[in-house]
Design a binder for this molecule. Structure first.
Ligand SMILES: [Zn+2]
Length: 180
């Protein structure tokens, strides 16, 4: 999935959000602003902090469900594979104990890992955008924040867009504060 990014300054205050076209498929048909939570999670050592922006982004009827589907990161996919592998491993061991025989020649862990990865990849692979849509998930994402070192005040936001047409409108609307 391709994504283009724009960095805009945040010091001037509010970000202007174009609302004429759907931010996922760029349709102009029955587009309404939908309150959306855009979150950015940052990891610092073992802890993390989450920033949430609440923007009213425009969606057509067909793309509306994507407004609440937060994009899935690699870390999350890795974690899911871990959970499945662990569960499958316990099941494989349990079955072998019940049957009193070894089924996979001692390769139980690798068989579980392979199956776990397959299941998780098949699941996320099935979550595809429909015709005309650019993303199954939220098509607008907060990718980075620049902050003042001392106060933590946000000075700029890097926003990712899966729809290039919507990104273009966003850029034009915020021309005064666009940095890149
Ligand atoms: Zn749409």
């Amino acid at each position: 999935m391709s994504e283009s990014r724009v960095e805009i300054g945040h010091e001037a205050g509010d970000v202007e959000i174009p609302t004429e076209i759907c931010c996922n498929c760029a349709s102009t048909d029955r587009v309404v602003p939908v309150p959306s939570e855009l979150t950015l999670t940052r990891f610092l050592g073992l802890g993390g902090s989450e920033y949430t922006f609440r923007w009213r982004l425009p969606y057509c009827t067909g793309c509306r469900p994507s407004a609440v589907r937060k994009p899935v990161g690699k870390l999350h996919v890795g974690l899911m594979i871990g959970v499945w592998t662990f569960g499958l491993f316990l099941a494989v061991v349990g079955v072998q104990i019940a049957l009193e025989r070894s089924l996979f020649g001692g390769e139980d862990f690798w068989v579980s890992l392979g199956l776990g990865a397959l299941i998780v990849c098949a699941w996320y692979g099935s979550r595809r955008p429909r015709n005309g849509q650019t993303s199954y998930y939220q098509p607008v994402r907060i990718r980075k924040l620049r902050q003042k070192f001392t106060s933590g005040e946000v000075t700029a936001i890097v926003i990712g867009f899966t729809n290039a047409q919507y990104m273009q409108r966003f850029r034009e609307r915020n021309a005064a504060t666009v940095r890149t």
